[in-house]
Design a protein around this ligand. Structure first.
Ligand code: SAM
Ligand code: SF4
Length: 456
């Protein structure tokens, strides 16, 4: 079944051919991408071979342009909550791997999850990505659905996405019933031989079961799913093209492409079996990859994590990214108890959410804590149809303004309030429709007077 999904020969063939592309051809592909209809695999392969600086600048410029056209200024913000470091797999690159006996294992109980959620809320977040290792005893579906329930119960978190091991349709149905937003799973590498080397034992050794997880999620009714590869494991050109091939397959087969693509790059992890990436990805290539995803799948969210340094994040924010994590901790209880010793891998950008908000605003973006689509059933195909047919800018801009305003009222430092209010004012001034602007201004005033959770 999976050869029909990922055809390694086809990928290698496309990459070989792509090496001969001329500058004119590349520029024409970049120009055509601005129509926001995506790229064929052959076109993406050609962009993946770019090394020339001026061609790269054109690519970056197009990625910025497309992001702005589809998503406007908004950047959606979330943070991960690690519920457990228990894991029976042995992924060579990960600090949670079973063979790492130095790791202090911890599975949060429900009260600890609520506590961690409250610590996250105090930082100002509204969206959580729930993450855990894969362990039959400690992190089965009941652990995950229990955690989702505990997070929602703890207070005002409004959307929970989940990054967890592949499961059966029956378990995905339970996950759906728990009320999650997006189910996220990274194939790590689509290159079978490298996958085998990196995942020698445990349930995760089954490449095909992982590859088909998002199909089972869809079958269970979870129509927002996220994919990605762990950059650095295998040649990034192959893996990026394979990610796009996977997306294309899902779109053709089920009419629903991925809601998000993540761009995690391998980081040092205490207790990992490999010290460095087998196929390191340079900062320049990382930027190129981000921009190519934006051109290739223009309507898909691109997620940037705190695995990247401040400098890289500041840059990549302008290359088509639409969602970022902030203030992340990669250990269970890390927000509440700050236990860095039990981390899955080292984060790089250590800036707090509040500091990140200032940076985002200073760059001219509008931070968003919006969770409206998921709560108004605008998910999966419905969401894709909506963004394809109407200007989602309007809706998202509105929800971004309202949720960011809440953050400024409830959590932000003086500096963030100052820079944030400038962005809010500029965004209002840019609105073409005076009627819509007046309505948003009224809603912002209502938030100033104490109303919360306004969305459309
Ligand atoms: N355990 C589940 C799994 O592996 O699918 C889900 C959670 S796992 C903690 C989330 C992701 O972390 C993995 O899919 C992998 O891509 C990423 N990861 C693991 N080790 C990493 C490292 N050293 N640097 C960066 N990302 C890493
Ligand atoms: Fe376990 Fe996931 Fe880490 Fe692999 S990446 S060792 S499955 S937590």
């Amino acid at each position: 079944m999976s050869t029909a999904i990922i055809d390694e020969n086809q990928i290698n063939g496309l990459l070989n051919e792509a090496g001969n592309a001329t500058k004119e051809e590349i520029n024409a592909i970049v120009e055509k991408a601005k129509e926001c209809n995506g790229l064929s695999l052959g076109e993406a392969a050609k962009l993946l071979q770019i090394e020339d600086q001026s061609l790269l600048e054109n690519l970056f410029e197009a990625a910025r342009w497309i992001k702005h056209k589809i998503y406007g200024k908004r950047i959606v913000i979330f943070t991960p909550l690690y519920s457990s470091s228990a894991c029976s797999n042995n992924c060579l690159y990960c600090g949670f791997r079973a063979a790492n006996k130095e790791m202090e294992r911890k599975t949060l109980n429900l009260e600890e999850i609520r506590q961690e959620t409250r610590a996250i809320e105090k930082e100002g977040h509204k969206r959580i990505l729930l993450v855990c290792g894969e362990d039959r005893k400690n992190t089965d579906i009941d652990h995950i659905t229990g955690a989702v329930k505990a997070i929602y119960e703890a207070g005002d978190i409004r959307r929970i996405n989940v990054n967890a091991a592949p499961m059966s349709v029956a378990d995905f149905k339970k996950l759906k019933r728990a009320g999650i937003g997006t189910y996220q799973i990274f194939q790590e590498t689509y290159h079978r031989e490298s996958y085998k080397k990196m995942h020698p034992t445990g349930l995760k050794a089954d490449y095909d079961y992982r590859l088909t997880a998002v199909e089972r999620a869809l079958e269970a009714g979870i129509d927002d799913y996220g994919i990605g590869v762990l950059l650095g494991l295998y040649d990034y050109r192959f893996d990026v093209l394979a990610t796009l091939m996977h997306a294309e397959y899902m779109e053709k087969q089920y009419g629903i492409g991925p809601h998000t693509i993540s761009i995690p790059r391998l980081r040092p992890a205490p207790g990992a079996a490999i010290e460095k990436a087998p196929n390191p990805v340079s900062d320049q290539d990382f930027k190129k990859i981000t921009a190519i995803y934006r051109l290739a799948v223009p309507y898909t969210g691109i997620i940037l994590s705190t695995r990247e340094s401040e400098e890289v994040r500041n840059d990549v924010l302008n290359l088509g990214v639409s969602q970022i994590s902030a203030g992340s901790k990669t250990s269970p209880g890390g927000h509440d108890k700050k236990n860095a010793k039990a981390s899955q891998f080292e984060t790089s950008d250590e800036r707090s959410l509040d500091q990140m908000l200032t940076v985002i605003c200073k760059q001219g973006h509008l931070p968003s804590f919006c969770t409206a689509c998921y709560r108004t059933n605008r998910t999966g195909k419905a969401f894709m149809d909506l963004v394809k047919d109407i200007d989602i800018n309007d809706l998202c801009q509105l929800n971004a303004l309202l949720t960011f305003k809440e953050n400024l009222m409830d959590f932000a430092s003086e500096e963030t309030v100052d820079t944030g209010e400038i962005i809010i004012r500029e965004s209002l001034e840019e609105m073409a429709d005076p009627g819509a602007r007046a309505k948003i201004e009224a809603a912002l005033l209502a938030i100033e007077k104490g109303q919360r959770d306004l969305f459309r």
